[in-house]
Write a protein that binds this ligand. Structure first.
Ligand SMILES: Cc1cc2nc3c(=O)[nH]c(=O)nc-3n(C[C@H](O)[C@H](O)[C@H](O)COP(=O)(O)OP(=O)(O)OC[C@H]3O[C@@H](n4cnc5c(N)ncnc54)[C@H](O)[C@@H]3O)c2cc1C
Length: 295
């Protein structure tokens, strides 16, 4: 299909866009740099009935080995913006972030500008758009407004009172988050820095950060950690192909070599069966899949 948009290319390997380092080629891959370009591409995919998937930082994504049919949207550099839109006398800081901004860039700027409570996001990989879609680390509590482009190309604005954030879910209408306004208390920069430093130190000593993964594979069931259940079921170190349950953090599945999507899914199914057998609890995946499974 001929595209009138320079930002689209065929056969882009998703393994290069996911922290798992897994994933076949996207049939089409778009990296729009402006809102106008994003809207134009979505109008075209909508017109021809092409499916659209969204990948941000790819740190919570498991992509199919077979590849992804249709178009994968990955917001480009023009969406990595950040602007302080606070009023001088207001005790709250307001920050307008493009959805492709790295979450850790926001956290770093909090230490120099004195934006408080951002320690909850310290060390969280990926982009702001992905964090919002996942309500990662309860980022929803800071959100004042969202600009979302529906899959037909319509630009829509949502204020905080129109949004519902749940555990690891933002219940957004289908579409692509383009930018977000976040609000934080203003604090002395040294205080912001110290809190963030402490969280980063704790994370680095407890989480699996050396091997490719997509963070926690499963959501925590009410009142109990999924990692604890997986550990108590004796699954630390369990392996299928090159996918392995981390020995450091049992809710992390790591790619120890050339793991395929199928290796990861088979290991996840094994974990679900074993945890169910031991504790009668059905673990629900936190990792989100794009594309279809082989077989
Ligand atoms: C080492 C490691 C540690 C982690 N620790 C944590 C943690 O402590 N807490 C936690 O909550 N998560 C954690 N994660 C998971 C992940 O980092 C977060 O969920 C992150 O916020 C996802 O952002 P992303 O841009 O990578 O999203 P992606 O993986 O790209 O996408 C995730 C979902 O959001 C959608 N999406 C992405 N961008 C947009 C957009 N612009 N508009 C609409 N939808 C979009 C995708 O379609 C997909 O459904 C960790 C992951 C790793 C690898």
């Amino acid at each position: 299909m001929p595209w009138p948009h320079d930002c689209i290319r065929p056969h882009e390997l998703l393994a290069n866009h996911t922290s798992f380092r897994i994933g076949g080629p996207a049939e089409w891959f778009a990296e729009p740099s402006t809102l106008e370009e994003l809207v134009a591409v979505l109008r075209e995919t909508h017109r021809v009935g092409m499916p659209v998937s969204v990948v941000g930082g790819g740190t919570n994504t498991l992509a199919s080995d077979r590849g992804i049919r249709g178009l994968v949207m990955h917001l480009g550099r023009g969406f990595r913006t950040i602007r302080d839109v606070s009023h001088q006398d207001d005790p709250l800081a307001q920050v307008l972030c493009g959805a492709a901004l790295l979450t850790q860039r926001l956290v770093y700027l909090a230490t120099t500008h004195g934006w408080g409570e951002l320690e909850s996001l310290a060390g969280l990989p990926g982009q702001i758009g992905g964090a919002v879609a996942m309500n990662a680390q309860d980022i929803g509590q800071f959100i004042r407004r969202i600009c979302l482009v529906s899959f037909d190309g319509t630009i829509r604005e949502f204020t905080a009172d129109q949004l519902t954030f749940r555990y690891r879910d933002a219940a957004l209408e289908p579409g692509i988050v383009a930018d977000v306004t976040l609000q934080f208390p203003k604090v002395p920069p040294a205080q912001a820095y110290e809190r963030i430093r402490q969280v980063l130190q704790y994370r680095n000593s407890t989480q699996e950060v050396r091997l490719p993964s997509a963070g926690c594979a499963f959501k925590n069931p009410p009142g109990v950690g999924a990692g604890r259940l997986i550990d108590q079921a004796g699954l630390k170190g369990a392996r299928i192909g090159d996918a392995q349950v981390s020995r450091r953090h049992a809710n992390f599945i790591v790619n120890v070599g050339y793991a395929t999507c199928d290796d990861v899914l088979s290991l996840m199914e094994h974990i679900q069966r074993e945890v169910d057998r031991h504790f009668h609890i059905r673990l629900e995946p936190e990792v989100r899949m794009v594309g279809e499974r082989i077989g």
